[in-house]
Design a protein around this ligand. Structure first.
Ligand code: NAD
Length: 416
């Protein structure tokens, strides 16, 4: 984050801004600063060489005044409970902004999935699930994928949970494979939401999506799908990157071919006809739309003045620091904040949960139509509020999200 600022400090500063604008009661502000529950777990598994190894994990449940906790699980070597707490808090606001009946949670395991075998990851996931068993579930807390976890991880969670219950409980987790109750369109939904937001933002600036130039940081689930969907909508993808570095091609690249190249070589770099660039260069690429879709702490006071994009649509959670936010607003860059821009993922997760609870399976067109309508409504709500408040879209989204959660807390009252 900006010098020494952690994700949690950023999240708390954002809450402070919203609390001030909302003139929030001191006690509600105080309640929202802390998660309702934070679980730390030690996950011991046998590695392939027969030796046991201990991994630290956690699940943080921020607030559930509007519905069950909901949030992804991240496997990453730098996971800390503070980072997961910030991510859980952002989930609370996100679900409220897009108006779905969930609270916010997040989970993480400190590990390096890139050097672990599939068997080790399966044992890790199942043991982690067994440790969370009393705290997750369809009406308590519903996990989903995040960085370096995927549909397979969710299938292992569902199976472990179901084995303990003695019957199949597909609604205990979302982002599952379709064959075990996953939803059509879920895998792409986060990115579809990001691109819908970028499209709506482009309309407000009179930028035509056809041939608009796009740079995408991160080529995992969110980044690759965002590149693909914007390319399919007629945009020109000029730069993409992953943890190994980036590639730049002013004429425009074909994201499908880059995906094939990454599948074969492990990275987007060294793709024929493109210039290799660093991740710093990628963020500073001359383009209409920049989609950060990797990790936190990417646009900071150090590089904000070099950002040339007219629109920044945050696919990742927390890629921009508050200082950078202010600087972007001042220079007229339209930033669509994470809690709005990437809310398509949790929205489609909500659709998956509803389908599981009602034992239905909706067609892809139905999922995408409902998604479009939810995201466009949320975008318009935030945009209108930003105009009224004369603020940037992040502040408006925070006012909307925090305000809705505070309303629910007031109505429920404080028990006992
Ligand atoms: P992923 O694991 O599928 O992909 C992460 C990508 O980021 C990979 O391509 C990786 O190489 C790249 N990366 C890692 N470190 C990097 C670095 N330092 N510089 C550039 N690239 C780097 O993860 P994902 O699911 O695509 O999630 C990406 C972001 O989107 C995260 O912030 C996540 O919290 C957020 N998000 C994901 C979802 C979802 O549905 N998956 C929903 C909402 C938000």
């Amino acid at each position: 984050m900006g010098k020494g600022q952690t994700a949690l400090e950023v999240a708390l500063e954002q809450l402070e801004i919203a609390a001030e604008k909302l003139k929030l009661e001191r006690e509600i502000h105080e309640m929202l600063k802390y998660p309702k529950r934070s679980l730390s777990v030690s996950i011991t598994i046998k590695m392939d060489n027969g030796c046991p190894c201990v991994f630290n994990g956690c699940r943080v449940q921020h607030w559930d005044a509007r519905g069950p906790f909901k949030g992804g699980i991240r496997y990453h070597p730098n996971v800390t409970i503070d980072e997961v707490t910030a991510l859980a808090m952002w989930m609370t606001w996100k679900c409220a902004v897009v108006d779905i009946p969930y609270g916010g949670a997040k989970g993480g395991v400190c590990c390096n999935p890139k050097i672990m075998s599939k068997g080790e990851l399966e044992r890790l996931t199942r043991r982690y699930t067994s440790l969370l068993l009393d705290y997750i579930g369809p009406y308590r807390d519903v996990p989903a994928p995040d960085v370096y976890t995927d549909a397979q991880t969710m299938a292992w969670i569902m199976d472990t949970y179901s084995q303990f219950k003695g019957y199949s409980v597909p609604e205990c987790v979302t982002g599952k494979p379709i064959s075990v109750g996953g939803s059509e369109g879920r895998e792409e939904a986060t990115s579809r939401g990001v691109v819908i937001c970028a499209r709506e933002a482009a309309k407000t600036l009179d930028i035509k999506l056809k041939d608009a130039t796009v740079a995408v940081q991160g080529y995992g689930n969110v980044g690759w799908n965002a590149a693909k969907i914007s390319y399919d909508m007629g945009c020109k993808i000029v730069a993409v990157s992953d943890s190994a570095g980036g590639i730049y091609c002013p004429k425009g690249l074909n994201p499908y071919k880059v995906f094939e190249h990454k599948s074969k070589t492990g990275s987007v770099i060294n793709y024929e006809g493109c210039e290799n660039i660093t991740n710093e260069d990628l963020l500073e690429t001359k383009c209409d739309i920049l989609i950060p879709a990797a990790l936190e702490n990417q646009i900071t006071k150090t590089n904000v003045n070099k950002i040339k994009a007219k629109i920044v649509a945050e696919g990742a959670n927390g890629p921009t620091t508050p200082e950078a936010d202010r600087a972007l607003f001042e220079k007229g860059t339209l930033l669509v904040p994470d809690i709005l821009a990437n809310s398509g993922g949790v929205t489609a997760s909500y659709f998956e949960w509803v389908q599981n609870l009602t034992r239905e399976h909706w067609a892809l067109e139905d999922v995408n139509r409902k998604l479009e309508s939810k995201i466009v409504k949320a975008f318009n709500d935030v945009n209108k509020l930003a105009k009224k408040e004369k603020s940037d879209m992040r502040t408006a989204a925070l006012i909307l999200g925090v305000g809705r959660v505070a309303d629910a807390i007031r109505i429920l009252g404080l028990w006992p």
